[in-house]
Structure formats: C-alpha cells, structure tokens
Ligand binder design. Structure first.
Ligand SMILES: Nc1ncnc2c1ncn2[C@@H]1O[C@H](COP(=O)(O)OP(=O)(O)OP(=O)(O)O)[C@@H](O)[C@H]1O
Ligand SMILES: [Mg+2]
Length: 162
C-alpha cells in the first residue's frame, strides 16, 4: 500500500504521470472515491505517462473513450452505469483483457467485473479545514504481485523528484 497526499491538481496529475510510465499491456487500474476528488485529473497524468497526445476528458455519456499512446488506452467512467451488467453489452472483456491499458473511474460500481489482478487507487478529499480544499489523499492498493512491484517502483520514482 502507498499513501500520498497531494496539494494541487498538478501534483495529482504528476503522480498519474509516474504511474502511466510504469503501466503495461493488460493492466487494469480502478479508481474509487469521492466526486471531484481528482480521478479525471489523475487519469490525464496517466495518459501523458502513456504518451497519449489527445486531451483526455471524462467519457460521461459514452462510458468509454479510447486513445492511442505507446499502447491503446481505454478510459472508462461508469458513474452513470445503471446496471453493472451493461458492461457485457460494451464488450468490456475486449478492453480489460486486451492489448492496452484500462483505467476505470467509479470502479466500485463494477467491483464484480474487475479482474482479480488489478490496481485500486482511492481518492479522498480532505476538507476538514477551509485551507484543505486542494488537499487529496491518494491511496494505492495493489491486488496482485505485479502491482505490488509497480507500486514499489512508483514510490521510488515519485520520491526521486524527477
Ligand atoms: N490535490 C488535487 N488533486 C486533484 N484535483 C484537485 C486537487 N486540488 C484541487 N483539485 C481540483 O479538483 C477537481 C478534481 O476534478 P476531477 O474531475 O479530476 O474529479 P473526479 O474525481 O474525476 O470527479 P468525478 O467523480 O465527477 O468524475 C479539479 O477541478 C481540480 O482542479
Ligand atoms: Mg471524473
């Protein structure tokens, strides 16, 4: 587990960038947490780390946006999914177990469909004080050996300040 506190959107994006650089074909990352906590901002960083050139926005109405970077990049946002079974109509397996990297906002809504091996990232807003409005706690929970290693690597890279 890795827990990081960021103090700006830019910092969260940078953290995403470091993760994006480590991701490989077939990786699935589930983002969970509060509304407006920074999941999309983080995803923009991940996309940059994967060398996606397009501007990444949340696929609110389409559920999924696909981008080309060093690898195909599939960005799901399942907030508006009424029934998790709708994922079957989307052919989700082609993405989750496909040739690219998948990131899912609101992954808690499709917990039963997440691959056994995935990385979960939790986002929390810390708003106990007015001065904390830009502070976010971001917690990485690897669910497989592959991601335990990736998170270890992430910890090193973030700490090195590159
Ligand atoms: N430390 C921070 N990390 C990330 N975003 C921050 C931070 N501080 C302030 N922000 C702001 O919070 C907002 C986060 O929005 P974002 O769309 O990324 O959230 P989200 O988790 O994707 O929300 P939703 O659940 O609606 O999809 C942005 O406006 C961003 O500028
Ligand atoms: Mg979002």
């Amino acid at each position: 587990m890795l827990e990081i506190t960021t103090k700006s959107a830019e910092e969260s994006k940078r953290l995403g960038f470091h993760l994006g650089k480590l991701l490989k074909k077939g990786d699935v990352v589930g983002l969970m947490g509060d509304l407006g906590a920074g999941k999309t901002v983080f995803t923009q960083g991940v996309a940059e780390g994967l060398k996606v050139k397009d501007y990444v926005t949340s696929p609110t109405f389409t559920l999924i946006n696909q981008y080309e970077g060093g690898l195909p990049f599939y960005h799901f946002d399942v907030y508006r999914l009424d029934d998790p079974e709708e994922l079957l109509d989307l052919g989700y397996e082609e993405y989750f177990y496909g040739e690219g990297v998948t990131i899912i906002e609101w992954a808690e809504k499709i917990e039963d469909y997440l691959p056994y091996c995935c990385l979960i990232v939790y986002f929390h807003r810390l708003q106990e004080k007015i001065s904390d409005t830009d502070t976010r706690r971001i917690v990485f929970k690897p669910r497989s050996k592959r991601f335990v290693q990736a998170v270890e690597e992430l910890k090193k890279n973030v700490g090195s300040g590159d």
